[in-house]
Design a protein around this ligand. Structure first.
Ligand code: NAP
Ligand code: ZN
Length: 351
């Protein structure tokens, strides 16, 4: 079947209306009519080929929420009319140790299949994401949404920004008694603040935007630091158990490792176009500090995060856009001018 979508034909071209193919649902598939799709900075990195390797036409979008419109005859966890989500993955080998342990994002049996720019036998030979009217996904990669229906648009960003921050916060045991930093208050960062606060940690937000200082407290930060103010930074030297760095551009990491306590960890989730300057070894060895990385989260953990957010009343702070405004939204995201996630109203694809 052919459906309307929005995407780019080349890295230096704006996004435009496209007609794309979706497969008929197979026995294990769920077909979803997409209501809303969040706009992740990874969409921008990919469509403009900042990381290289982008396949065109490129239809981004991996923060998908919508309603089930058909299910294959082997599917028993979903039925027509269910409210569901799809995040950054639509498949994996489901057999390697990572997949069997619920860490499909670290699949070693060929790697997970991304919701866009991933390998598929469907036309045109690579996956096409959520800036589209409909998607067909293996039921193992579909999530149940239990938030109230009127919050659906603001739930979409949980599918990437939510899980990408929840997973490392859980992995590094963030909770009561822990002092946690969240660097960069964008789509990921604002979710990180909300989730770390709900986990009971003392949360400090780091921003380069003075205009976000007040907001960050409303999001759940106990304190806010302008990371370009060295006095404010130095006042926290050696005090953080964990720092989550969501910044989408290369920057100095030493200013952050200095803030960690003995055995503290700085975990990077931002994937800048250009590498960070090499960090100073001395900052690490004298206090046995670590720099780590983390990639989205597994499917079971994504469901756990959605349920955690539903129980704690957590959704994203969003600005809804028509799909025709997507290039303008990218330009604003590039300037850190979004509070705090753009979400596409997919009904505007029909306009
Ligand atoms: P975003 O909404 O654009 O937020 C990034 C924030 O970083 C900005 O709002 C800004 O916050 C800060 N920032 C930007 N440029 C900066 C600079 N030059 N120096 C210091 N701070 C700067 O992006 P996002 O969607 O949250 O994504 C963030 C990054 O994570 C992207 O690289 C994305 O590709 C990556 N990502 C990784 C994963 C994963 O699994 N690891 C998953 C999703 C996304 P302030 O205004 O507060 O300074
Ligand atoms: Zn993303």
């Amino acid at each position: 079947m052919t459906i309307p979508a929005y995407g780019a034909n080349a890295a230096d071209q704006p996004l435009e209306p496209l007609q794309i193919h979706r497969r008929e649902p197979g026995p294990n598939d769920v077909q979803i009519e997409i209501s809303f799709c969040g706009v992740c900075h990874s969409d921008l990195h990919t469509v403009r080929s900042e990381w290289g390797g982008t396949l065109f036409p490129c239809v981004p979008g991996h923060e998908i929420v919508g309603q089930v419109s058909a299910v294959g005859d082997q599917v028993d966890g979903f039925k027509v009319g269910d409210t569901v989500g799809v995040g950054c993955m639509v498949d994996s080998c489901q057999q390697c140790p990572s997949c069997l342990e619920g860490d499909e994002q670290y699949c070693t049996g060929g790697g997970f299949v991304g919701t866009y720019n991933g390998t598929t036998t469907d036309a045109p030979g690579h996956t096409l994401g959520g800036y589209s009217q409909r998607i067909v996904v293996d039921a193992n990669f579909v999530l149940h949404i239990r938030h109230p229906k009127e919050q659906l648009a603001a739930v979409a960003p949980l599918l990437c920004a939510g899980i990408t921050t929840y997973s490392p916060l859980r992995h590094w045991d963030v909770g009561p008694g822990k002092k946690v930093g969240v660097v960069g208050i964008g789509g990921l960062g604002h979710m990180g603040i909300k989730i770390a606060h709900a986990m009971g940690a003392q949360v400090v937000a780091f921003t380069t935007s003075e205009s976000k200082r007040e907001d960050a407290r409303k999001l759940g930060a106990d304190e806010v630091i302008n990371s370009r103010n060295s006095e404010e930074m130095e006042a926290h030297a050696g005090s953080f158990d964990f720092i989550l760095d969501t910044v989408a551009a290369s920057h100095d990491l030493d200013a952050l490792t200095e803030l960690l306590t003995r055995d503290g960890t700085l975990t990077l989730v931002g994937v800048p176009e250009h590498p960070h300057p090499s960090p100073t070894v001395g900052n690490l060895i004298f206090r046995r500090r670590s720099i780590a990385g983390s990639l989205i989260g597994g499917i079971a953990e994504t469901q756990e995060m959605l349920d955690f957010c539903s129980e704690h009343g957590i959704v994203a702070d969003i600005e809804m856009i028509r799909i025709q405004q997507i290039d303008e939204a990218y330009d604003r995201m590039q300037r850190s001018d979004v509070k705090y996630r753009f979400v596409v109203d997919n009904s505007t694809l029909a306009a």
